[in-house]
Write a protein that binds this ligand. Structure first.
Ligand SMILES: C[S@@+](CC[C@H](N)C(=O)[O-])C[C@H]1O[C@@H](n2cnc3c(N)ncnc32)[C@H](O)[C@@H]1O
Length: 248
């Protein structure tokens, strides 16, 4: 449904979120409302590619190595296809989502450094000051008490840790906004019925997006939770926005 509704663009939005995070080897990420692992898998790919580049740079400094030695370095070096010290914890309130995520991870070969935890964004089952980065993608809109979820995000982040939230938002251009409304209310529930046999959930999706706080209001809520340097970037004219901030 995500692919059909957004013509696959949700994949680009998620890629942008992870690029914005710019994780380095050693990063400990908590992905809340992580569902079946879309953000976690992207994080793993990103860190692996950073480590591959580090290995390549390391090898370039040893110009006299034979092909055999280079090959062996790739085979033996822990940099190769490895997450190093990085870890990602996917936390979600829905046991079934986690189950599907675990199956996907097994199938796609993501297991190292990845764990799945059942938990509510409003009452996270983690110690204070634990994570380097907190992400929540298309999740915060579904949380009953957004203020509590933001306070919890602040609590579990280490000082200096980063908060990133990808969520549907509001299109400000009046003409685009009308077209977007037309698509949202006339097309999305129909797609929901045809593809997923579930009109109501997709009607809820469209309505919940309209009721969700606009960019500036969410920014103020994130600041109220204690974050500093809070900012946001609109993608596709504000159809979605990425809010970010730091814990002091
Ligand atoms: C639209 S999915 C997004 C999944 C994933 N982040 C992604 O972008 O593909 C929303 C997820 O939020 C989870 N969720 C809803 N309320 C939650 C809460 N209070 N705490 C944790 N997860 C929650 C749902 O179970 C669901 O997996």
């Amino acid at each position: 449904m995500n692919d059909s509704m957004t013509l696959g663009i949700h994949r680009v939005w998620k890629d942008i979120l992870v690029h914005k995070m710019n994780p380095c080897p050693g990063t400990l990420l908590l992905d809340v409302a992580g569902g079946t692992g879309d953000i976690a898998f992207r994080f793993i790919n990103y860190v692996r590619s950073v480590r591959q580049r580090q290995l390549q740079r390391k090898l370039k400094h040893h110009q006299n190595l034979s092909w055999q030695e280079i090959f062996e370095s790739y085979q033996n070096d822990k940099f190769n296809n490895s997450l190093g010290d990085s870890q990602v914890v996917v936390c979600d309130i829905n046991r079934e989502m986690l189950k599907v995520g675990k199956q996907k991870a097994q199938h796609l070969g993501y297991s190292e450094g990845l764990s799945w935890v059942l938990g509510n964004a409003e009452e996270l089952p983690f110690d204070d000051d634990k994570f380097d980065v907190y992400t929540i993608a298309f999740g915060i809109r579904n949380v009953t008490r957004i203020d509590l979820a933001l306070q919890e995000a602040y609590r579990v982040l280490k000082p200096g840790g980063r908060f990133l939230c990808l969520e549907f938002s509001h299109v400000s251009n009046p003409l685009l906004s009308r077209l977007y409304d037309l698509y949202s209310f006339q097309v999305i529930p129909v797609l929901g019925e045809v593809i997923a046999g579930d009109w109501r959930s997709y009607q809820y999706l469209v309505e919940s997006i309209r009721q969700f706080p606009p960019q500036e209001e969410l920014k103020a809520m994130i600041e109220d939770a204690g974050f500093f340097k809070v900012d946001y970037e609109n993608l596709n004219f504000g159809i979605v926005a990425i809010h970010s901030g730091f814990k002091l």
